[in-house]
Design a protein around this ligand. Structure first.
Ligand code: SF4
Length: 493
């Protein structure tokens, strides 16, 4: 039996599909938290109270077919054709046939990834189900939660997809019927795949588009052995593999006609030509001249909820729960403060933040524009009593990541990446450790664990690790900042 996810994987890459089949089952930890039983909330929105059939995992598809004879509504009904099994969110019987409702746990469904919808319709049609209208149910971006969730306002029923500006565009039904394809050929190919033979690795755009494939390193093991200044470390390059095949092995020899010409690419090539480190002296000097003591190095951790769990929150709102602050004085002395709450206490967090951050000096965060500044602006909106001080913090904020993202500084040991972790790996700093919680998302998962239940045996250890983890990132910024000052002084000599 196949699922649509199998077809998706197979059409992306046959090797990926087989690898996934053989991979041990992983515990699924969603990036976005979704605690509620969405089907029952949507059922309230659709006023489904009786005359319905509710499907379950492992149902024989004949159960749904049988239910169609008497039920007005089908929820999570399983259908199958050519061994492809689908779970249909909602079907509603009308005079003209069946209305189909897809469920999109996001704010604006776009018509760019149609495969799921098209394949479901293909299976339904091959089960001789007459589809009349097709709708898509999604979360309402304008909804603000009161004390209780209100499903009628939480969801929107739309017969259109949305465009890039999130305005209604093409009709869902028209878009699906335009993109629908016959899956017979794909399913035949999948049938013929030998379970025990893994197809050869063939590099395509699918290996790195959107997200690097999790099998990339095992498919192309030689890339990890490439030197730091390998042409293959060139970022966002369409032609690097072609250049490599032609014998252009190093960044410094890149063909200027075949690079895209971004600032990062130039910084990479110059770094290799300049012995491993490129520094745009004037840009770095100018940036450092804006930094005023005391410097506050700030790092936030937060959770994102699809469905708002607390009053005043909207779908997909973010809830910060921790910050770490290293304050560096002009004489080099440092103080460290950590704030952590379990559950929602954002008002208290905002209050502590405006007290902990000195009233003068620069505030530095890594990816400040995409993270800390947004969170602080949200706090300012939510808690007007602290808005003036919060807005002042944002006005004094500098983004440390921009130094690397803009190619102001590039060291070939970065191998085309600019995460704080990668940069810290070059610093050889003995105080910076890999902790039990060694990745940002892992910290969120651990906090989630406490948010569900305070009463866990490892409560104190998790709190301690969370504080240490968050502390490591703000500490790392102090080390990187000192390094930037040092290379600035060296380059000026
Ligand atoms: S890295 Fe590329 S070739 Fe390897 S499994 Fe992923 S998509 Fe397929």
């Amino acid at each position: 039996m196949y699922h649509i996810s199998d077809v998706k994987k197979y059409t992306r890459c046959a090797r990926l599909y087989i690898n996934e089949k053989h991979a041990p089952k992983r515990e699924y930890q969603p990036f976005i938290r979704l605690d509620e039983e969405v089907t029952s909330l949507v059922a309230q929105k659709l006023h489904i109270e009786d005359h319905y059939f509710l499907g379950h995992k492992g149902d024989d598809p004949s159960a749904a077919k049988q239910a169609m004879k008497s039920a007005e509504w089908l929820m999570k009904a399983r259908f199958e054709y050519r061994q492809l099994r689908v779970k249909v969110p909602f079907l509603h019987q009308t005079d003209k046939g069946w209305d189909l409702y897809f469920l999109f746990i996001g704010l604006y469904p776009h018509a760019d990834d149609m495969q799921f919808y098209c394949d479901e319709v293909w299976v339904l049609e091959n089960n001789h189900i007459k589809i009349d209208q097709i709708y898509i149910i999604h979360l309402n971006a304008e909804y603000i939660r009161e004390e209780e969730l209100d499903p009628s306002a939480l969801f929107v029923i739309s017969d259109c997809f949305y465009n890039g500006k999130n305005h209604p565009s093409v009709k869902v039904k028209d878009a699906i019927y335009k993109s629908k394809r016959d899956l017979t050929h794909v399913l035949n190919e999948m049938d013929q795949l030998q379970e025990d033979s893994v197809p050869a690795a063939n590099r395509t755009n699918h290996c790195t588009t959107r997200q690097k494939c999790r099998y990339y390193d095992s498919c192309f093991p030689n890339e990890a052995k490439e030197p730091d200044d390998s042409i293959l470390t060139l970022v966002a390059s369409q032609n690097k593999h072609e250049m490599k095949k032609e014998g252009i092995a190093l960044l410094k020899d890149a063909d200027s006609e075949r690079i895209e010409g971004s600032r990062q690419q130039y910084a990479q090539i110059l770094a290799d030509q300049e012995g491993g480190l490129h520094v745009d002296r004037y840009a770095l000097k100018s940036w450092l001249s804006w930094i005023k003591y005391p410097i506050s190095f700030l790092d936030f951790e937060w959770e994102r909820f699809a469905i708002p769990p607390y009053k005043g929150m909207r779908p997909y709102d973010v809830m910060p729960f921790e910050y770490s602050l290293h304050i560096m004085q002009a004489d080099g002395t440092m103080t460290h403060k950590v704030y952590l709450n379990i559950h929602d206490d954002r008002r208290d967090m905002a209050k502590n933040l405006v007290t902990d951050i000195p009233a003068q000096g620069t505030v530095i965060a890594y990816n400040a524009v995409g993270a800390e500044m947004m969170r602080i602006a949200e706090f300012a909106q939510l808690f007007p009593e602290y808005a003036a001080k919060l807005n002042d913090i944002n006005a004094r904020m500098e983004d440390l990541q921009l130094i690397f993202e803009t190619g102001t500084v590039y060291d070939i040991r970065m191998r085309g990446q600019w995460s704080l972790k990668v940069i810290m790996a070059m610093m050889n700093d003995k105080s910076y450790k890999d902790l039990d919680i060694n990745q940002g998302m892992e910290a969120v998962f651990q906090w989630r664990h406490l948010d569900y239940s305070d009463d866990t045996a490892d409560h104190n250890k998790i709190v301690e690790d969370l504080k240490k983890y968050c502390g490591m990132d703000s500490y790392a910024m102090t080390v990187v900042f000192q390094w930037l000052k040092k290379i600035n002084e060296e380059k000026m000599q």
